[in-house]
Structure formats: C-alpha cells, structure tokens
Design a protein around this ligand. Structure first.
Ligand code: ADP
Ligand code: MG
Length: 328
C-alpha cells in the first residue's frame, strides 16, 4: 500500500538544483535573479472535464506541465520552478504503473525545459491535477495582452485546430486517416509549449497570448485588453493537411473544420502582434525556432473582429457560436 508520503517520495521528490530548498520542508525556497521579475501562473486539469480519465498517464504528465509552460511562453518568461497539487483516487494512489508513467511524462518535459519541481500537495479524491509555475522575465519586458497597436501584423505559430480535430476524432464526430490521427492526437495529448519562441519575441512583439480556448477567442482577449479591432484573412490561417482537406467546399466536414481552425482550443500555440517593420525579423524566427509562423491579419482601430475570405467578403459562419465573435 502506498501512503501519501510514499507517493511523494517515490514519484515526486527530486534533489533541488536551482532552488535553495526543494521538496521536503514546509515550503520551498527560491531566489529571484537580480533584474528579473517573477511571472506566476496556475492551471488545473480536471478528469472528465479537461481530459478523459483513461488518458495515457505519460501523456497526461506531459500535458499538465505543457499548458503551464505555454503560459510562460506567452509572457516571454523563462520557466523556472513548479509546484504540483495532485488529487488522486484511492485506486490511482495504489497504481504504481500509472504513477510511474505519469511522473515520467512530467519529468521528461520538466527536464527538457530545465524547470524544477520544488513542492506540492497530495490528497485523495477525484483525479485533479493543478500546477503552479514561476518563471522569470527581464524587468519591464513581459509580452502583455494589452500592447497591440493599430497597423500591427497578427501572427500565429504552428497549426491551430489540429488538437481540436483530434478531440473530434476521439468523440467520433469525424473520422481521420491513421496518419492524420497520429498528428492530431499528438497535438491534443503532447503539445509543444512555445517557450523559445516567446523568449525570441521579446523586443519584437507588441502583445502575445497563448491559444488555449480557440484562435478567435484568444485573439479577442488581446483586442479587448488593447482597445483595438482586427481583420483576419481566413485563407492565411495555416492549416495542416487534415484540416485543409476538410475545408474544401464540398467536404461534409467543412463546417467542423472551420470550427476547429477558428475556435478549437487546446492548441497552445502563440498568437501575437508586431509592427510591420519587424516582419523580416519574425519570419527569420522560423529558422531559429523551427516553428511555423503565419501572418494572418492586421490590427485596426475600433472594436470587433472581421474574418475575410480571399474575395474580401466576410466569412459566412454557420455555427451559432461564432456570432459571439462577429457581433462585437
Ligand atoms: P505540509 O503538511 O507541511 O503542508 P506535506 O505533508 O503536504 O507538507 O508535504 C510534504 C512535502 O512534500 C512538502 O515539501 C511538499 O511541498 C512536498 N509535496 C507534497 N506533495 C507533493 C507533490 N505532489 N509533488 C511534489 N512535492 C510534493
Ligand atoms: Mg507544514
């Protein structure tokens, strides 16, 4: 039988490296680097709500950390320390295979980004995983949501909509081919946080957000915080082959594909704005970061968002949910 302390010691205790004091005392101790500010954020994933309870545990360990790293990426911060609040069912607390796989997935990503687990809390109850993350950012340099200015280009990294298409596949709303499923389920289960991109955007971007709730919804937050409007060129939004096929006019899954592309969520890509003079510098980041970057629209004065097709007409969005974005 694993006690609470067995779980902590066996699976979640590592020697402190960058912390003054790590797991094992009443609190961890960390020192802030001179000239840097802390960026602090927390995200909770609830079984049955944010993930299927039978999700492969190594992937789950990766994902809970990835969504937190993504928030650091969106601020341009260097992720440094994490604490983990873990609520486990009694069956999972005794399931060493699950605990081992979960903690391995978690630490593999933590090691990759040199972010250190310095403490947490372990309790019994319905599976629930909360992570608090602390990053560091050069004082005054953080990428905020409120910095977009009229004339800015709007950019997005990667291929938004892939994760949502993977989810629709699991929900049997769409049938993907085997290679499509592999790529979309990887996007859903093991997203890559864009930390290096976020760091590279300091001094180039005026504003940034990570796309967790859908491209238009999250861009909407930038617009609101900055007090500006936007025009999006629908055809410029990058599409993976799986989405591109389904966006063809006669494809029965076209509406679902539009939905995934514009409002899918779970992408953990960065959406950011930058002045036109930074266009070449940003395009150059594709080489240095290895991440696809697409210029999808322009920031305007005023309020609201228009999504235009190639002929310059507003995209006719059949799904009711979209009124929310267009009517503003
Ligand atoms: P306290 O009773 O003082 O709150 P706990 O008994 O909850 O302390 O935890 C003991 C130590 O183990 C603390 O240092 C805490 O940060 C750490 N810890 C507890 N749960 C976890 C976890 N899931 N991951 C990492 N460290 C943990
Ligand atoms: Mg205590």
């Amino acid at each position: 039988m694993n006690s609470e302390f067995d779980v902590i010691h066996r699976y979640f205790t590592r020697p402190a490296r960058n912390a003054l004091l790590g797991t094992g005392d009443d609190a961890a101790l960390v020192a802030c680097t001179p000239g840097m500010d802390w960026a602090v954020s927390v995200d909770t994933l609830v079984a049955g709500r944010h993930f299927f309870p039978d999700t492969e545990p190594a992937a789950l360990g990766h994902k809970v950390l990835a969504v937190n790293l993504s928030d650091m990426a969106a601020m341009g911060a260097i992720p440094r320390w994490i604490t983990l609040s873990l609520t486990l069912t009694s069956a999972l607390a005794q399931n060493d295979t699950w605990l081992k796989a979960f903690s391995s997935g978690f630490f593999a990503l933590a090691d990759q980004y040199q972010v250190e687990l310095i403490g947490g809390d372990t309790t019994g109850g319905p599976l629930n995983i909360g992570i608090q993350i602390i990053g560091e950012i050069e004082r005054g340099k953080a990428l905020r949501r409120n910095g977009a200015r009229p004339g800015d280009d709007i950019w997005v990294s990667g291929f938004p909509g892939e994760a949502a298409l993977g989810l629709r596949h699991l929900q049997q709303q769409v049938t993907l081919t085997a290679p499509e499923a592999t790529s979309c389920l990887a996007a859903l289960h093991t997203p890559t946080p864009r930390v290096a991109l976020g760091r590279a955007l300091i001094g180039l971007a005026h504003s940034a957000i990570d796309v967790s709730d859908g491209l238009l919804a999250d861009l909407g937050h930038i617009l609101e915080c900055s007090g500006v409007a936007a025009t999006i060129n629908f055809e410029r939004i990058p599409r993976s082959p799986a989405l591109e096929n389904r966006l063809q006019p006669e494809n029965p899954a076209r509406q679902l594909a539009i939905d995934c592309l514009l409002a899918g969520g779970d992408d953990y890509e960065l959406c950011f704005t930058a002045p036109e003079v930074r266009r070449d510098a940003i395009a150059g980041l594709v080489q240095t970061t290895g991440v696809n970057l697409s210029r999808i629209g322009t920031i305007k004065t005023g309020k609201g968002m228009a999504v235009l097709t190639a002929d310059g007409n507003p995209l006719i969005l059949e799904t009711k949910g979209y009124d929310h974005f267009l009517a503003r």
